[in-house]
Design a binder for this molecule. Sequence first.
Ligand code: 8YV
Length: 317
Amino acid sequence: MKPEILQLNPILIPSINQQLDALYTVRRYFEQDDKDAYIREVGKSIRGVITGGHTGIGRALMEKLPALEIVAVNGVGTDAVDLAYARQRGIPVTGTFGALTEDVADLALGLLLATCRNIAAVDRFVRDGMWVKHPQPSAIPLARRFSGMRVGIVGMGRVGRAVAQRVSAFGCPIRYTDLQPIEGLSWEFVPGLKALAEQSDALVLCAAADKAEGIVNAEILEALGSNGFLVNIARGRLVNENDLVHALQTGRIAGAGLDVFVDEPHVPQALLGMDNVVLQAHRASATMESRTAMGDMVLKSLADALAGKRPENSLTT
Ligand code: 8YV
């Protein structure tokens, strides 16, 4: 009999789904209307869970899976998983560390450029026929030069470093903050987010959200200043969204490029009408390449755990 796996989010790579189906009985939780009834029906025999970084899995659901041997996160953020409870039960929780770094960093660059150069707003201007109606150059406000901007990176893990490498090519002085300075990095460490914001023209959030909820608040945005830009490709809850909306509405910061939000897929209504904000739909790792590499890592973690081996990427065992 094939082991039973509970899949909390869809996987968009057909070859990964084919391999999962060949090896396991895949219970597609995300397709169920009555999820509680479904868990009552299949919960006892589930040996593995696949979940997304944003979805994670809480204690309440894990408690209903008594045979659970692994939680494989199809992503790198494990902030939505109850790691302490998994640890207590000896359940490995794995992530796809390293598989999506380049694509997430690429999107950060895209958002930096798009925000500073008003790419999305000007695209709308052209599509809406406004260029023809208002051909005078003054119809579109001048943008800001990204090359040479002082970039502050919040969280210097794999993604933070990949962002730093990319912005170096634009001649940007780079500083970063993290829990502590990271050995072997040539970029300047700044202790404290406020000090980093004061010394940056653009802040890029690359930090894990586990213990950093709301760290970007009114005070930090004020420190970033009216010429400053914020890019978030990490987690929405790193930012106090009300403070961000207020800072954008009142010109306390210049603009924002956001891939992630507090209550996805809901985006604060006020942001939708702002031309100095570029919005994405939690897409930073959404490439064929990353998602294939991520799926391969999920398959490997499941296979290891269900064969009684400690998966290499386990954070809890
Ligand atoms: C994914 C993520 O969108 O890695 C993460 O933590 O949030 C994203 O890469 C998600 O995990 C895909 O399910």
